[in-house]
Design a protein around this ligand. Structure first.
Ligand SMILES: Nc1ncnc2c1ncn2[C@@H]1O[C@H](COP(=O)(O)OP(=O)(O)O)[C@@H](O)[C@H]1O
Ligand SMILES: [Mg+2]
Length: 129
């Protein structure tokens, strides 16, 4: 599902690469942890895999597609839970879900039903508004 070969990333105006010749693969249905000390290059690697950093060397394949030539398509298929909370405190629970659902091109009945299902699943129905 994810194949990374010889990944290399060096930020501008830095003396050494942040990711240097990193290769790994994992298959569908697996849960994988990327471990390493502060500054090891974890965030850089994840940012590349999510299509947020475009300037890198090496080959990244996600779901059988080359990441560089299919970045926009793959972004629809990738979900990220960031380290910092990424909800809008000025929006209600439901409004947050509408916003994120629309980013994934959901609308109408599909969006409404999905939001209802998720609020129910997470015990948040009574806090929707
Ligand atoms: N935007 C940036 N510009 C320059 N150097 C960066 C930038 N982001 C990260 N780095 C450097 O790249 C290395 C890896 O950082 P990072 O990917 O954040 O590691 P981790 O998430 O494992 O702590 C560190 O040396 C960090 O200082
Ligand atoms: Mg990090």
């Amino acid at each position: 599902m994810v194949h990374v070969q010889h990944l290399f990333k060096q930020y501008k105006n830095t003396e050494k690469p942040s990711v240097d010749d990193l290769s790994f693969s994992f298959e569908k249905g697996t849960i994988v942890g990327l471990l390493g000390p502060n500054g090891a290059g974890k965030t850089t690697t994840i940012s590349i895999l999510c299509g947020l950093i475009r300037a890198y060397a090496g080959d990244v394949n996600v779901l059988g597609m080359n990441l560089k030539s299919n970045t926009e398509e793959l972004k629809y298929k990738i979900g990220v839970v960031p380290q910092q909370i990424a909800l809008y405190p000025e929006l209600s629970c439901k409004e947050n879900l509408i916003y994120y659902g629309k980013l994934y091109s959901l609308s109408g009945k599909v969006l409404t039903e999905k939001i209802h299902t998720l609020l129910q699943q997470f015990g948040l129905l009574e806090h929707a508004d």
